[in-house]
Design a protein around this ligand. Structure first.
Ligand SMILES: NC(=O)c1ccc[n+]([C@@H]2O[C@H](COP(=O)([O-])OP(=O)(O)OC[C@H]3O[C@@H](n4cnc5c(N)ncnc54)[C@H](O)[C@@H]3O)[C@@H](O)[C@H]2O)c1
Length: 323
């Protein structure tokens, strides 16, 4: 079976590509290697795939790529490409979010509908909920009130997907909740904390550290994505949350225990667009996909720290040190 994966060089996309190639799928990966973070890191993410006969890589921007050709044989599609991150979506940065999230998604959905692709599974985000009034968040009853321009672009992707669903395209959105693990993006907190634990400079902890997230290990997020590709008639959107809710203070304590050393922190300030808490009700994903997250938070953090340490041992410069 053939699948097209957009954003294949990114954090989640590279893990997903590896999993599907390993299971015998033919994967065409598309990625623009954007500069949101160092493209060298994205190339490194592809290292295990480039020599795979069942993997083709196309470096292209979805907004200008020849999508009709790429989708001509009506493959399944996983659309992960995006400009991620809440903070940089404020101010002038928003242009890029409109380009990579809204324009790219509309173009991809249009081309997939034209080509009669059987299904497009696309990445939405917990950020569509914003600061929820009650937990856990449920797909159909929790209001979507994004608090950042990034969240608005993800919410817009869901609305675009509904339009193309109305035209017969089976589009399934996965609202990912804080995905972490090896290759996590360098702007994300767990990655930065691991860099600090591996000898990088102090981690800047904003707020009082009680802000909490529903953490999802990357292999669990990938497993949900694979299941969403093949499940019978999944809902239009599904929460994908690991069910491992923890505050930033708790993450620091866990990583200190795993690493065996205190983690240097600089406390203070606040982050525009950040919410106090996220939490997913995953009843729908469990029922419709048969999905159960399996990786415990301490095991997942341990694997992430090991990956950061291995990179450091191999001489790769720590991101926190470079910025
Ligand atoms: N990581 C998380 O915790 C999380 C949480 C919620 C939602 N998501 C969503 O999941 C998806 C994957 O996230 P990630 O953390 O792996 O991000 P990532 O930045 O590592 O991967 C995204 C990839 O998309 C590519 N890309 C961006 N714009 C493109 C374009 N116009 N054309 C082609 N390629 C383009 C980038 O080069 C990058 O490699 C994104 O849609 C993100 O919004 C992630």
């Amino acid at each position: 079976m053939r699948v097209v994966i957009t954003g294949c060089a990114g954090f989640i996309g590279s893990h997903l590509s590896e999993r599907l190639v390993g299971e015998g799928w033919h994967v065409t990966g598309i990625d623009a290697l954007t500069s949101y973070y160092d493209p060298a890191e994205k190339r490194a993410n592809l290292a295990g795939l480039v020599n795979e006969p069942r993997f083709d890589f196309i470096r292209a921007d979805l907004v200008s790529a020849p999508l009709a050709n790429l989708l001509a044989d009506a493959p399944l599609v996983v659309h992960l490409a995006a400009q991620p991150g809440v903070r940089r979506s404020f101010g002038d940065g928003f242009d890029q979010y409109v380009h990579d999230n809204i324009l790219a998604t509309q173009r991809l959905l249009e081309a997939a509908a034209e080509a009669d692709c059987p299904r497009v599974v696309y990445a939405s985000s917990s950020s569509v909920y914003g600061e929820a009034a009650a937990f856990p968040c449920r797909e159909e009853s929790t209001p979507t009130r994004p608090r950042s321009p990034y969240g608005v672009t993800k919410w817009t992707c869901e609305k675009l997907a509904e339009i193309y669903r109305g035209l017969g395209l089976e589009a399934v959105g996965l609202r990912f909740f804080t995905v972490y693990g090896p290759r996590q993006r360098p702007d994300m907190a767990v990655r930065r904390l691991c860099e600090t634990a591996a000898g990088g400079p102090a981690f800047r902890l904003t707020g009082d550290g009680t802000q909490s997230r529903d953490f999802t290990y990357v292999a669990d997020a990938v497993d949900a994505t694979v299941r969403a590709l093949t499940a019978a008639e999944p809902a239009r959107v599904l929460n994908i949350g690991g069910g491992q809710e923890a505050s930033m203070n708790e993450i620091v304590t866990l990583l200190e225990a795993i690493g065996g050393e205190p983690i240097a922190l600089r406390r203070g300030g606040s982050q525009i667009g950040d919410v106090q808490r996220t939490g997913a009700d995953t009843t729908l994903a469990r029922r419709q996909l048969g999905w159960v997250p399996t990786v415990r938070l301490d095991d997942g953090l341990s694997a992430t720290l090991d990956w950061v340490r291995d990179r450091r041992a191999a001489g790769v410069q720590l991101v926190a040190a470079a910025s």
